[in-house]
Design a protein around this ligand. Structure first.
Ligand code: CP
Ligand code: NVA
Length: 335
């Protein structure tokens, strides 16, 4: 059996001295070339997990989560374990990360012990500040502004179904929240059509829309923001929704349920999408509110494929940021 070192075009900053350390704070941190390279690596990790068992041997990751998690926590932990690395989880749901000492001081402790930091926070500034101070890579595992790991897994899922992402139309209906922001940025970067429909007052942040339109100007992506869900969904290849009240907004749930009721994804709304349209949701879902059982349990619902792909995409992100790529012997396809 011939062994060769697999190479990727993805720049692997930790593999050799020179390039600056990279973080994944926003979907905006990756250009189209890098996302495609990440997706190629993701596909290999998904197809041949056994070939990557020791890719990150000896690497250690710490996770601080200010909010609950099922998918993100377990896919990061299982992913790191399957690459040979180890994880330390810090339950930060009782107080903010910086409640006891400054982020500056925490960062300069962590960088001396640990190779990579994963944060789930309320304030996006917490992730940015940790990255500004720490000398090791930082990953945003969801903040109030963005959820980049989710959007990358979602676009990878769409690529598995449709191939060329520059030809797909993704419609997102619901709250203009962190997930919507990251889907806008990732979709625009990859040249996809992204339509969003939200109630008035719940549109994506203007700064995100402006950044998305600037990217779209370069990639040819079509970005449309509506208040009418039918306009957004018309002819779409995939229809996506998320909870109407995100973590931290639980007190607003009743008021939001009334405002968002016309934005429910039900079989009537799905009929306006393309006949082959997929249903997508990052989960957790509130069945009977933002989506009906009939839609989420239908054969064209890919919600559990999205959840599975969280594992594979995050393994690729970990390898990219920790330099596992450059030192990986894999079986030659020609052996
Ligand atoms: N989709 C997602 O991030 O799920 P968790 O909140 O369970 O991590
Ligand atoms: N918008 C949701 C996503 C959960 C994965 C939240 O922030 O709670």
């Amino acid at each position: 059996m011939t062994l060769r070192t697999q190479t990727f075009e993805l720049n692997s900053p930790q593999a050799k001295p020179g390039p600056p350390r990279r973080d994944l704070i926003s979907t905006h941190d990756l250009d189209a070339h890098e996302i495609h390279a990440l997706f190629n690596l993701t596909a290999m990790l998904k197809e041949r997990p056994a070939d990557f068992r020791s890719a990150l041997a000896g690497k250690q990751m710490v996770m601080f989560f200010e909010k609950p998690s099922l998918r993100t926590r377990l896919t990061f932990e299982a992913g790191m374990d399957s690459l040979g690395g180890s994880t330390f989880f810090v339950d930060q749901t009782g107080s903010r990360i910086d409640a006891r000492e400054s982020l500056h001081d925490i960062a300069h402790n962590l960088e001396r012990w640990i190779d990579l930091i994963v944060l789930r926070t309320f304030s996006h500034a917490t992730v940015e500040e940790m990255a500004a101070h720490a000398d090791v890579p930082v990953i945003n595992a969801l903040s109030d502004l963005e959820h980049p790991c989710q959007a990358l897994a979602d676009l990878f899922t769409l690529q598995e179904h449709f191939g060329d992402l520059s030809r797909i139309h993704l419609a997102y209906v619901g709250d203009g929240n962190n997930v919507a922001h990251s889907l806008l940025l990732a979709g625009a970067t990859l040249g996809s059509s992204v339509s969003i429909a939200t109630p008035q007052g719940h549109a994506p942040l203007a700064t995100i829309v402006e950044a998305t339109e600037e990217i779209a100007g370069e990639t040819g992506a079509a970005i449309n923001i509506y208040t009418d869900p039918r306009e957004a969904v018309a002819g779409a290849d995939a229809v996506y929704t998320d909870v109407w009240a995100s973590m931290g907004q639980e007190d607003e749930a009743n008021a939001r349920n009334a405002v968002f009721a016309p934005y429910q994804i039900n079989s009537g709304l799905m009929q306006d999408a393309a006949p082959h349209a997929l249903f997508m949701h990052c989960l957790p879902a509130h069945r009977g509110w933002e989506v009906t059982d009939e839609v989420i349990d239908a054969p064209n619902s890919v919600v559990f494929e999205q959840a599975e792909n969280r594992l594979h995409i995050q393994k690729a992100i970990l390898m990219w940021l920790l330099g596992g790529v450059g030192r990986l012997p894999v079986r030659s396809a020609h052996a």
